[in-house]
Every structure is written in structure tokens, then in C-alpha cells.
Design a protein around this ligand. Structure first.
Ligand SMILES: Nc1ncnc2c1ncn2[C@@H]1O[C@H](COP(=O)(O)OP(=O)(O)OP(=O)(O)O)[C@@H](O)[C@H]1O
Length: 575
């Protein structure tokens, strides 16, 4: 997964750490040499050249250590950057593979939040550092044994092992308790975004919501922080006794060495090296032990990250994940006994309930019905964004039938909640067909079809206040969103209430343009304007998720059912 370029800093850090670890026995040897030479200063066997050699060696080692330290810091920064990008890329790729329904689930949002805590760079650096510290501890123990103090070394090692086991248990327990706060933190994040976003600022001010929302945001944050503090305090209490006993035993060990030193028959060099080894070991063992604690916390993060990746593996491969589409052949729709529920645990009626219909390729369909009757849900099912819980939705093509959402066929949709991309005007239009991003004629033609014959800004200007100089009105944005559907021909075109923000004149033009643009394509228009719906080849009337009427305008008026009632109501209103 990592490129050769990305692996390089990891290899360099490992090499630098290994070199610095191997320098330890050499440093101890040179220290021993210096001390022994100083002890023998006045003896005739003393050679000043040896002392000079040892001191020069020590100075060279110190210079090398400083160089390794600064190179290592540089590599750590690079590994951090690579790790952060890698983690975010994995999350972005996994999220793109998840079905739309999973993305809307709070459980999946919490799983993503937890997955983001995994830091591959920290695992790599902590893992390396743990390995180096452990090998260093083994080296020190070996040297202490060579100097004849093996019971001391074994005692410190056993104590360190006991501590490691305890720290690992405490680390993963702490992480699990922090994991439980994901839901509170998600709510806190949502409130925080509301409190600072431009889109919510006007309602917050008009309804004076600031204090209320801020209070709730603080409460969720404080709850999470209190739980966190309690978990940390508990884990620190559990570490206290082992840490105290280790410090005590290390202190006793150092004292014994000092006492032994005064009566020792061994050389001054042996004594200093032994003293250094024990003090270094007293630091290295707790260091390695603490790394076991944080590695076990990272293991929990790693599992959380895998659990999120697994969500994408478990769900059937989703068709809408960026595959290039080519065919613009109009598709037919076959919908058979389709039912769909957003939340299976919810006992409310299904959003779509046993809906069946069939249309020929190139048909213009209007979907009408009350608010909440399931119109938007049905178009998302027809586009393959959701999979039905029951029944089948198929696209009929000249090649046979395929699953709704097949990426081989080009689709376009203008949703009610379309996105206001803070990009150049040309990018905003070319979202409908990215191959035409530099085709000014095609972009101008698409804009004209959407009712923007003279664009508000040059095509290369950024729109939206996040990065641009000005913003568009709601209706202007809606026209830009509509132009995305007009830039190329499609197999299947969806307009889900695309005119809600347009003035009456623009709305009339928009409907005329939609019908013209839909020529030769299968198109669905979701609308509350029955005047526009009557121009469709077939009208589907939904109520409480069920398809209650289907036919042409004339047929439905003649049937004198729900459509006729709604049509009469609207006609009376506009009369
Ligand atoms: N993301 C969602 N999660 C859970 N329930 C949803 C979701 N979206 C819609 N619903 C529910 O599904 C039902 C149908 O909603 P849908 O948006 O399809 O209606 P609609 O006919 O398009 O409404 P409108 O005319 O108001 O746009 C509603 O009861 C709604 O509460």
C-alpha cells in the first residue's frame, strides 16, 4: 500500500535507530577505557595514547548521536505526514465504497470517528522505538550479567515484564472506555459545526439559539471530558503501585552498586559501566513498558479502523464509486414489488411499500404526492443509490437487464439538496461531465439551458464565499445545479424538485428546458407542480410510500382519484 518513496523514511528511521542503539555498547566500552586509564594515570603501564583515543572516540560518538537525533526528527515528521495522509485516504476510499444508507447511519458515523483515531505513523514509530528500547534493555542486562551482577538484572527484568502486562491491560481498557464516548462527541461536533457555519448562522441569530446550542454543545463536551478524566485517573491509580515499586527497586539497586563500589576489587571502569547500565536500564524498562501500554491502545484503534473497513467489505460493492460511464442509451425501468425502510429497527411504515411499475426506454415520468410520500426515496432507489429491502429494480437496456445504478450507463440527477461546490463556475457545471471541463461552448450551452444565458461571473471565477469573492442566490445556485444535467446526454435523468427556488417565469422556462433536454433520455421529474407533471408520458402518484395511481394526465383526471383531487386544488389556487 505504501509506495517506495513513502517507505524510505521508515527504513531510514529504523537504520538510524539501529545505529544509535549499537553505539551504546561502544560508548560504554570507551567510558570504561577512560575510567581505567584515569585510575592508572600514575602507574608506569599507563598509556596516554589510549586515553586520547578513548576521549576522541567518545567525542565522535556524541557528535554522531547529535546528527542522528536531528535526522531522526526530520524522518519522524515525514512519517507523521505520510501516516496521516494514508489514514485519511483509507477512510475516504472506504467511505466511497459504503452504500448511501450506511453513510446515513449514526452507528457508521461513530465507527468512522473511531477509525480516524488510528494513526499508522504512531504505530510505526512507537513500534520501532519499542523494539529499540527492548533490544537496548537486553544489551544492558547482558552487560550487567557480564559484570557479575546477574541477580540484579534478572530482578529488574522480571519486574519490567510484570509492569508490561499490567500497562497493556490498562492501555486497552482506557481506549475502550474512550471509544464509548464517540456518540456524545459526534453530537458535540454537530453542534459545534452549527455554531460556526454560515448556513446555520441566520437561523441561530433570528431565533436567538446561540445560548441554547452552546449550552448543549458544552454539556456533551463536558460529559465526554468527565468520563475521559475518570478513565485516565483510574488507569493512573492502577499504575501508581508498580511504578513506585520499580523506582524503589532501581534505587536500591543503585545504592547496592554504590556501596559495593567503595569496597570493590574490580576496576573503576567496571564500576562506572555497571552504574551507567543500571541507571540506563532503570529508564529503558519503564520506557519500553509505557510503549507497551500505548501500543495496546493503538491495537484497539487498529481494530476499530479494521471494523470500519470491514463495513465496506461486508456491503455489496456499490456501483457509484467513480467508475467512468460511457453509454447514453436510454434505459427502461422495471420495478417489481419494491419495499424499502430506512431503519429496520423503526416500527414506522416503510418509506416505499410494495411499489411495482414498468416503463419503456425514453419515457418521461412524473412522480407526484404529498410531503413524505416517498418520492425522493423512490428516485434514489431507481438510481441505485439505495438497494430495496424487498423486490427488484432493474434497468432494461439493449444488452439485456442490469442492476439499477450500473456504472456502464451515464446518469445525471438534480436533487433538492444539491451541493454548492465552492469551485470555479466551470467546475460546478462540468460536474455533469468532467470531460467537458475545458469546453467553454458546452458549458455555456448547459448554462443557457438552465436559464443562465449570461453567467454572473467568468467561467474561471470561484463561486461561493468560502474561496470566491461572492455568492449566488438560492435560485441562481439551483440553475447552476440544473445545468449539470444538461451538459451531456444521459441514459437516465432525474430532477427532484429542481425548481423550488425559482421565480414563476424561471420555473416555466426550467420545465420547458427539462422536457427538451430529456428528449431521447429516460427522465424522472419529481414535482409538486401538477401543471408540469401533466406534460410527462406517465405520472406516478405516491401516498404513504405506496403507488396508488399511474397513467397519463388525461387518464388520471378521468379516473377522478387522488391526482384529480390534487389537480383541482392547485387549479383553484392558481385561478
Ligand atoms: N435519510 C432518511 N432517514 C430516515 N428516514 C428518512 C430519510 N429520508 C426520508 N426519510 C423518511 O422517508 C419517508 C419518505 O421521505 P421522502 O423524502 O422520500 O419523501 P418525499 O415524498 O420526497 O417528500 P417531500 O415532498 O417532502 O420532499 C418520510 O417519512 C421520511 O421521514
Amino acid at each position: 500500500m505504501l509506495s517506495r518513496e513513502d517507505r524510505r523514511p521508515v527504513i531510514r528511521t529504523a537504520s538510524l535507530d539501529t545505529v544509535s542503539m549499537l553505539m551504546l555498547p561502544l560508548r560504554l566500552f570507551l567510558i570504561k577505557l577512560v575510567m581505567d586509564q584515569i585510575q592508572r594515570w600514575n602507574l608506569p603501564t599507563s598509556t596516554h595514547e589510549t586515553l586520547l583515543f578513548a576521549c576522541t572516540g567518545l567525542a565522535a560518538l556524541m557528535t554522531a548521536a547529535a546528527f542522528i537525533g536531528s535526522s531522526s526528527l526530520l524522518m519522524h515528521t515525514r512519517i507523521f505526514e505520510i501516516g496521516t495522509l494514508l489514514k485519511e485516504r483509507i477512510i475516504v476510499d472506504t467511505t466511497a465504497r459504503l452504500p448511501l444508507r450506511a453513510l446515513e447511519s449514526p452507528t457508521v458515523q461513530d465507527a468512522r470517528r473511531r477509525a480516524l483515531l488510528y494513526a499508522p505513523d504512531a504505530v510505526c514509530l512507537e513500534g520501532l522505538s519499542f523494539l529499540i528500547q527492548s533490544v537496548q534493555a537486553i544489551l544492558l542486562i547482558g552487560i550487567i550479567c557480564l559484570l557479575g551482577c546477574w541477580p540484579l538484572a534478572v530482578g529488574l527484568l522480571l519486574l519490567g515484564c510484570g509492569q508490561s502486562w499490567l500497562y497493556a491491560a490498562i492501555g486497552s481498557r482506557l481506549e475502550r472506555s474512550q471509544t464509548k464516548q464517540a456518540a456524545s462527541l459526534r453530537l458535540a461536533d454537530h453542534l459545534h459545526r452549527l455554531l460556526i457555519a454560515k448556513s446555520s448562522a441566520q437561523e441561530i441569530r433570528v431565533f436567538s439559539l446561540h445560548t441554547l446550542l452552546q449550552q448543549r454543545w458544552l454539556t456533551y463536551n463536558q460529559d465526554a471530558s468527565r468520563q475521559n478524566e475518570r478513565a485516565i485517573a483510574r488507569s493512573e491509580r492502577q499504575k501508581l503501585l508498580p511504578e513506585l515499586s520499580f523506582s524503589l527497586i532501581s534505587g536500591v539497586a543503585i545504592l547496592i552498586i554504590m556501596l559495593a563500589g567503595s569496597s570493590a576489587s574490580s576496576s573503576a571502569g567496571d564500576y562506572v559501566v555497571l552504574f551507567q547500565c543500571v541507571t540506563l536500564l532503570a529508564g529503558a524498562i519503564p520506557g519500553a513498558v509505557k510503549q507497551i501500554g500505548s501500543l495496546s491502545q493503538m491495537a484497539v484503534h487498529f481494530n476499530n479502523n479494521n471494523a470500519y473497513l470491514q463495513l465496506a467489505e461486508d456491503s455489496a460493492t456499490h456501483p457509484h464509486n467513480g467508475t467512468v460511464t460511457n453509454s447514453v442509451e436510454p434505459i427502461g425501468l422495471r420495478v417489481e414489488q419494491v419495499s424499502f425502510r430506512y431503519d429496520h429497527a423503526d416500527d414506522r411504515p416503510a418509506a416505499i411499500d410494495s411499489v411495482s411499475f414498468e416503463v419503456e426506454p425514453g419515457t418521461k415520468i412524473a412522480i407526484v404526492g404529498d410531503n413524505g410520500s416517498g418520492k425522493s426515496t423512490l428516485v434514489k432507489l431507481l438510481l441505485g443509490l439505495y438497494r430495496p429491502d424487498e423486490g427488484v429494480i432493474q434497468w432494461e437496456t439493449s444488452q439485456g437487464t442490469c442492476q439499477a445504478g450500473d456504472p456502464a450507463y451515464r446518469t445525471a440527477a438534480v436533487f433538492q439538496d444539491f451541493n454548492r461546490f465552492q469551485l470555479r463556475l466551470r467546475d460546478n457545471v462540468a460536474i455533469g461531465d468532467v470531460t467537458k471541463v475545458n469546453d467553454d461552448d458546452a458549458i455555456h450551452a448547459a448554462l443557457a439551458k438552465a436559464g443562465v444565458s449570461r453567467p454572473h461571473t467568468p467561467l474561471n471565477d470561484m463561486i461561493g464565499t468560502a474561496f470566491g469573492r461572492f455568492d449566488l442566490s438560492g435560485g441562481q445556485w439551483q440553475k447552476i445545479a440544473a445545468s449539470r444535467a444538461f451538459i451531456s446526454k444521459n441514459s437516465f435523468l432525474v430532477f427532484d424538485e429542481p425548481t423550488s427556488a425559482l421565480d414563476p417565469q424561471a420555473e416555466r422556462e426550467a420545465f420547458a428546458n427539462f422536457l427538451q433536454a430529456a428528449e431521447g433520455q429516460t427522465a424522472v421529474l419529481v414535482t409538486h407542480r401538477l401543471g408540469a407533471a401533466k406534460l410527462a408520458d406517465t405520472i406516478l402518484v405516491l401516498k404513504d410510500g405506496r403507488l396508488i395511481e399511474q397513467g397519463t394526465h388525461a387518464q388520471l383526471i378521468e379516473a377522478q382519484g387522488e391526482y384529480e383531487r390534487l389537480y383541482r386544488l392547485q387549479a383553484a389556487w392558481y385561478a
